[in-house]
Ligand binder design. Structure first.
Ligand code: S3P
Length: 427
């Protein structure tokens, strides 16, 4: 499906954002292995968390809907049931990587599969540490899905230094640590999103930017009641667009503002963006707030180093908003963007070139000079990647004519109402 985006004179109004996708995955998975019934309000019904849900249902978890949320009757650490066929994680890396760890602790054999994109993504990053813990986890010869998981007598605790900053890998090792025979520690040099640690209430030692998260083998999580905040990574498209489009003023309520997720805000503030946090509070162990964003002249800069993990999902839209900024915008040390739902460095570079921007591509990033006027009319490819489709839509709002965005339906992976919200708010 293609959507035609009309040039915009600014975004106005209050945005309705979907519940946080990362926290929704964790609530479902940890709820399933908890003792007792978890009550989770405002859970995401985007396609990725629905993949997690359907895998858990195939594992015997009887998830019940109520208006605005779900009840998850936990089956305890080792109480999942053997599925009757392969478990399909769809497009979702978080589903596959976190579930592999939980399945490694069960007493039955299972297989996790995914769609074409997920079947190409690197799984060695979880297979290696899980195997070091004694797990019977096997990928293909090229370390991709399908992943086969065989039961083992016991998992062993480990001290694991993350070789790539990845919250999915950290979460997989911590979840496997629940099934291990001692204390498991995951050390990270650059902090990645910490929703798993918060959800499980784990001890985290901080030494400067380094983090050591620990989990005790045999620790049985208890059911929780919580309301999931709005997804910062979904709001990011509108925050970036509102700053870049003159005449914009938007408000976003009940937004997750976990410090490990809001690298984009820090960068936009350094670029001169006008973003006010109106009210900060805690909800379900996560920082939440309301924000107001007004269009502002932006000064471009270089993004690299320890901020990258905290802005990794937002780099495509940040880059496209930076076409409105003054000076050189450069992203480096972000090579892992090539391992996402699509090669997001190649995708952003292709979009920028399609819009007439002169951009330099590097193995680990890209650079261009702004402000750049964007030539509309050329269809923008999305590579069936939800974040690329939404970033393309934001670029199209700045273009000088109507512009088609391809694979428009894939936004439902994380933000089912995206096109309606964009049309409603664009003036
Ligand atoms: C996620 C972690 C990040 C992020 C992804 C969601 C999570 O991936 O890109 O969208 O929920 O843990 P990596 O851990 O691969 O960096």
């Amino acid at each position: 499906m293609e959507v035609t985006v009309q040039p915009s004179h600014g975004l106005k109004g209050e945005l309705s954002i979907p519940p946080d996708k990362s926290i929704s995955h964790r609530a479902l998975i940890i709820g399933a292995i908890s003792s007792g019934v978890s009550v989770i309000r405002n859970i995401s019904c985007a396609e990725d968390p629905l993949s997690t849900r359907s895998c858990l249902e195939a594992l015997g978890v009887l998830i019940e809907d109520f208006p605005g949320g779900v009840k998850i009757p936990g089956r305890g650490l080792r109480g999942l049931k053997m599925p009757s066929s392969s478990l399909n994680a769809g497009n979702s890396g978080t589903t596959m990587r976190m579930l592999t760890a939980v399945l490694a602790g069960q007493a039955f054999e299972s297989v996790l599969i995914g769609d074409d994109s997920l079947s190409r993504r690197p799984m060695k990053r979880i297979i290696e540490p899980l195997r070091a813990m004694g797990a019977g986890v096997f990928g293909t010869d090229t370390h991709t899905a399908p992943i086969r998981i065989f039961p083992v007598h016991a998992l062993h605790s480990i001290r694991y230094e993350l070789p790539v900053p990845s919250a999915q890998v950290k979460s997989a090792v911590l979840l496997a640590g629940l099934y291990a025979d001692g204390e498991t520690t995951v050390a990270e040099q650059y902090p990645t999103r910490d929703h798993t640690e918060r959800y499980l209430g784990l001890t985290v030692e901080k030494h400067g930017s380094r983090r050591n998260a620990r989990v005790s083998g045999g620790f049985q999580p208890e059911a929780r009641e919580m309301e999931i905040p709005g997804d910062f990574s979904a709001a990011a498209f509108f925050i970036a667009a509102a700053l870049a489009l003159p005449g914009s003023e938007i408000v976003i309520g009940n937004l997750g503002l976990n410090p490990t997720r809001i690298g984009l805000l820090d960068i936009l503030l350094r670029m001169g963006g006008c973003v006010d946090i109106i009210d900060m509070r805690m909800s379900g162990g996560e920082p939440v707030g309301d924000i107001r964003v007004k269009s502002s002249p932006l000064k471009n800069l270089k993004v690299s180093g320890d901020v990258i993990p905290n802005v990794i999902d937002e780099i495509p839209v940040l880059a496209l908003a930076a076409t409105a900024g003054e000076g050189v915008f450069e992203v480096r040390e972000a090579g892992d963007l090539r391992n996402k739902e699509s090669d997001r460095i190649a995708a952003v570079v292709h979009t920028l070139r399609s819009l007439g921007v002169d951009v330099e591509e590097y193995e680990d990033g890209f650079a261009f000079e702004g402000p750049a006027s964007l030539r509309g009319g050329v269809p923008l490819k999305s590579y069936r990647d939800h974040r690329i489709a939404m970033a393309n839509a934001i670029a199209a709002l700045r273009a000088d004519g109507p512009t088609n965005v391809c694979d428009a339906e894939c936004v439902a992976i994380s933000f089912p109402g995206f096109w309606e919200e964009m049309t409603r708010m664009s003036t």
